[in-house]
Design a protein around this ligand. Structure first.
Ligand code: DGP
Length: 142
C-alpha cells in the first residue's frame, strides 16, 4: 500500500489550508459536509491524525471516528428529518476510495429516495452552509 500523502485534499482541510462546511470538531476528529453529496446532509468524519484508510489507522482512532459518526447519524435523523442513515467507508482505489485520508460517509436517507452516484454534482455553497448550521445545531442540542 502506498504511504500517506500529506498533500491530499482532506489533509489540507485539516490544516486549515482549504475551507470546509464544518459540523463537528474535537481534539481527535473533524466532521464536515461532502461538497458532492449523495443526499442532503452527507457528512464526512475524519481522524485528525494522518491515516490513509482502515488498513493503517490505529484502532483507537478508528473507534473514535466511529463514535463521532454515530453522533452525527443521530443528529442527522433530526436535522434532515431522515428515515434512515447509510454509513460508507472505502479503502484504496479498488475499494472505491478517491481521497486518501481515512473518512467515514454518514448519509441521511429518505424512504424511497435513491442516493445520487458518488461525486456526481457539487452542491451550492449557500445550501451547504445552511445544512452545516442545521446539523451543528442538532449536535449541540444533543
Ligand atoms: P471516497 O474517497 O470515495 O470515500 O470519497 C471522497 C468524497 O470526498 C467524495 O464523496 C467527494 C468528496 N470530496 C472531494 N473533494 C472534496 C472537497 O474538496 N471537500 C469536501 N468537503 N468533499 C470533497
Amino acid at each position: 500500500m502506498p504511504s500517506y500523502d500529506p498533500n491530499n485534499i482532506f489533509a489540507k482541510i485539516l490544516r486549515g489550508e482549504l475551507p470546509c462546511y464544518k459540523v463537528y470538531e474535537d481534539d481527535k476528529a473533524l466532521a464536515f459536509l461532502d461538497i458532492m453529496p449523495r443526499a442532503p446532509g452527507h457528512t464526512l468524519v475524519l481522524p485528525k491524525a494522518p491515516a490513509r484508510n482502515i488498513l493503517d489507522v490505529p484502532a483507537a482512532d478508528l473507534a473514535h471516528v466511529a463514535t463521532v459518526a454515530q453522533k452525527i447519524a443521530k443528529a442527522a435523523m433530526t436535522a434532515f428529518a431522515a428515515d434512515g442513515i447509510t454509513v460508507q467507508q472505502f479503502n484504496e482505489g479498488a475499494g472505491g476510495q478517491v481521497v486518501f485520508h481515512l473518512h467515514v460517509h454518514v448519509i441521511p436517507r429518505k424512504a424511497g429516495q435513491p442516493m445520487k452516484p458518488p461525486a456526481a454534482e457539487k452542491e451550492k455553497p449557500e445550501v451547504l452552509a445552511e445544512q452545516a448550521r442545521t446539523l451543528a445545531a442538532a449536535l449541540a442540542a444533543g
